[in-house]
Design a protein around this ligand. Sequence first.
Ligand SMILES: *Cc1c(COP(=O)(O)O)cnc(C)c1O
Length: 215
Amino acid sequence: MKIMNKIKNMKKQIGQVLLVAVTKTRTIEEIKEVIEAGAEIIAESRIQEAEKKFIFLKEYLKEKNVEFHFIGKLQSNKIKKAVGMFDLIQSVDSLKLAQEIDKRAREIGKIQYVLIEINIGKEEQKSGILIENIPGLIKEIKKLGNLRLLGIMCVPPFSMDAEDSRPYFREMKKIFDTYKMKILSMGMTNDYKIAIEEGSNMVRIGTGIFGERKD
Ligand SMILES: *Cc1c(COP(=O)(O)O)cnc(C)c1O
């Protein structure tokens, strides 16, 4: 009931913007609840966790026409599993990773949709590609026959004040426009309103739907 209301409110607030319900750490029961309440896209950030859940969710997601996205760090030994599971991999941040995804997609006759993750705050510890490397990566990705690049994603530097995210979102929008992309995935629970003001068309919400994570 609580989740039901939250997702309905959230969808009302964001209008045409696509809502990704981030389901990491959430149970199968919670995930099904959010889908019953109208979530059309769910996302996980750890392959092992996603894999365990996918066993129980695969048929259900298909039946409900729900997309399954990956938004975490993708290690090379998990790429094959990822390509087998996800409709969109939002976290491609190197050519090597792109090439490996392409290879695994080709093996199973799949066209894999991807986003490039951008390290928009140039943070040492964060994944994502630096802005200066984007043109090169895009050029190379376009050569990969089993990849389709749909857009870009970012997680700006953490701040208690969502306004601090605005300049980063603005920079993302410029890149998005330059390459005439389809998906601009930015904005999480604390800063999705700012992200939408700056042109996001896909927000990724976890705690705003399910409440605080326990981990
Ligand atoms: C966890 C996560 C989210 C959702 O974060 P909330 O603050 O819970 O909304 C969004 N994007 C990524 C990449 C995440 O890992």
